[in-house]
Design a protein around this ligand. Structure first.
Ligand SMILES: O=P(O)(O)OC[C@H]1O[C@](O)(COP(=O)(O)O)[C@@H](O)[C@@H]1O
Length: 267
């Protein structure tokens, strides 16, 4: 990683990445709890919320919508992805180059690496190309580091998550996105293993406000620099309200109860 490479997608060294690649990764089922969110325009508008430091999308959405939002949104362009229709060993098709991302105005690139998959070797090579391309265009590099595949049954165990965090550092990511390993202590170990690379917690499936914010607060206490979140924001009835609360937890480091009170008073 390069010192300060992620400054353009962070605020005071912290980040809230709004992830919206679910239409590819999971399919339309993820929009069912809040059908308005199938419309990318709704999410680009949401990404203009001041809590959001970048919006992670695939190339097609960036081409169609980003020109109208480039003044208000930092673009984190995902360069690979796989649909839920794929039944093979974990892999992620590269669908965009770093050069093309730079041409679209991206501030950062995002790349999934499934360490432990049968495809790890080719994925590391693809990541190398993307990472070096990003360096040529001064874009930050965010790795979705999700070890899974072959014998790796429990991709959420603390040891595996720490290994994923370390893979990000070793391969040259500026920010490593990992699943929450279940406790502040385990998150602290992952942060330590990532060294100077920033670690952000991946959002996960919908949880109640307090439980979700508690995990985020624990991750921040443990040294994580923020969160990359999709469903826990856009599947809620009032996504702006949870962004207000996340802003308080991540950037002001207040406790979840106080953050929720701040979010209520902003309504
Ligand atoms: O591969 P998984 O575990 O289904 O998760 C992939 C999804 O999770 C994310 O990394 C984070 O999204 P969520 O916050 O909704 O979990 C997305 O970018 C991606 O689409």
């Amino acid at each position: 990683m390069l010192p300060h490479a992620a400054d353009n997608i962070e605020r005071d060294g912290k980040s809230l990445i709004l992830a919206y690649d679910h239409g590819l990764e999971h399919g339309p089922v993820d929009f069912e709890p809040n059908p308005d969110t199938a419309d990318p325009e709704r999410i680009f508008e949401l990404a203009a919320h001041e809590a959001v430091t970048s919006l992670a999308v695939q190339k097609g959405l960036a081409e169609a919508y980003y020109p109208d939002y480039e003044d208000d949104v930092n673009l984190l362009l995902k360069l690979n992805g796989t649909s839920n229709l794929w039944m093979g060993e974990p892999n992620s098709a590269v669908n965009c180059t770093a050069e093309y991302a730079a041409g679209l105005g991206a501030d950062a690139i995002g790349f999934t690496v499934y360490g432990g998959s049968n495809h790890e070797v080719e994925m590391a090579e693809e990541f190398r190309r993307a990472q070096e391309g990003a360096r040529e265009h001064d874009m930050a590099v965010v790795m979705w580091s999700y070890p899974r595949g072959q014998g790796l049954r429990n991709d959420g165990s603390p040891d595996v998550i720490s290994y994923g965090a370390r893979l990000g550092l070793e391969l040259g990511a500026d920010v490593v996105k990992v699943k929450y390993p279940g406790s502040a202590e385990a998150m602290g170990h992952a942060v330590e293993m990532a060294g100077p690379a920033d670690v952000v917690m991946s959002g996960g499936t919908m949880r109640d406000d307090k439980a979700f914010l508690r995990n985020v607060a624990n991750a921040i206490d443990a040294g994580a620099t923020g969160i990359a979140v999709g469903r826990n924001v856009f599947q809620r009835d009032d996504p702006e309200r949870i962004l207000d609360a996340l802003e308080a937890v991540i950037f002001q480091e207040v406790e979840p109860d106080e953050a929720l009170a701040i979010a209520e008073s902003d309504d």
